[in-house]
Design a protein around this ligand. Structure first.
Ligand SMILES: [Zn+2]
Length: 286
């Protein structure tokens, strides 16, 4: 077993061996899970999120289709990638470029992050590892997608493509169908399962994705079966933000910022010429 495969197994260990979510905070997990100060997940208060594209931006997304993937349905719906050779994603965080590779994709019932105190039905985590393994503060980047189910909602095509509807294992997962440059929230946090290490750049996608009621029910059935001891989901509860800040950035935020910048330039020019005109009128008593 290579070191990478070993690390993948370690990361998936909690999911495979039914992690104890009895009080849903992980108070029995120990280590950073108990003593950490920048733990995840958190509640994202949207009005407090600061608009700042310099904190996080997607530079390039160059994934290939993930081949020979094993999907474990009966153990909490996780997708492990047998190798990290699935292309990469380059992001810019506080002016520094980072290159990450996908390690695994897994799902939580209900969502782990809450948005303005609202808990959603499901959250998908696309877990990435830093290609520079010596950067211990930035070892992981997780992109979180929050899903909501509804009676009128259609099947989500990405979830369908990875076998949510049938429970069958698929051999190709096209992550490009879901990971795109879009508006996100960014903050610094931890893994939400042991060892809860505080080395995660968290990216929570702003747009809430939709899934059909039947996709949700099927998923719920699997997770509850896994966690039947407590009849609860596999979502950790939220932690205090403490000294941290949540930032928002992305394509639309950019457009809004550009609009504001251009508007303020025009306002300044108008203001300058108005003053000049008034001054000239005053001087020459026009
Ligand atoms: Zn997770």
């Amino acid at each position: 077993m290579s070191f990478t495969q070993f690390k993948t197994l370690i990361l998936l260990f909690p999911l495979i061996f039914s992690l104890d979510y009895y009080d849903q905070t992980g108070s029995t997990w120990g280590g950073d899970c108990q003593s950490g100060i920048i733990q995840s997940p958190i509640n994202i208060k949207t009005s407090d999120a600061e608009k700042d594209n310099s904190k996080f931006s997607f530079k390039s997304i160059d994934y290939t289709t993930i081949q020979s993937t094993s999907i474990t349905y009966q153990h909490g719906y996780s997708i492990s990638t047998p190798s990290l050779d699935n292309g990469d994603i380059t992001v810019v965080i506080n002016g520094t470029e980072f290159k990450y590779k996908i390690n695994n994709i897994h799902f939580h019932l209900n969502s782990e992050h809450t948005i303005d105190d609202k808990l959603y039905n499901m959250e998908m985590h696309v877990v990435h590892e830093n290609t520079n393994t010596s950067d211990t503060n930035n070892l992981h980047m997780v992109i979180g997608y929050i899903f909501e189910s509804g009676d009128d909602y259609e099947d989500n095509s990405f979830l369908e493509s990875i076998g949510f509807n049938t429970g069958e294992t698929v051999t190709n997962v096209n992550v490009k169908n879901i990971v795109k440059k879009e508006d996100i929230y960014y903050y610094k946090g931890s893994l939400t399962t042991p060892p809860c290490t505080e080395d995660v750049n968290w990216v929570v996608v702003k747009d809430i994705k939709k899934m059909s009621k039947s996709q949700y029910n099927k998923f719920k059935e699997y997770v509850i079966k896994l966690n039947n001891k407590y009849n609860k989901g596999n979502n950790r509860k939220t932690f205090p933000l403490n000294e941290r800040k949540v930032y928002k950035s992305g394509v639309n935020e950019n457009k809004q910022n550009k609009f504001i910048k251009i508007s303020s330039i025009f306002c300044s020019i108008f203001f300058f010429y108005s003053i000049k005109y008034m001054y000239l009128r005053y001087i020459f008593r026009i």
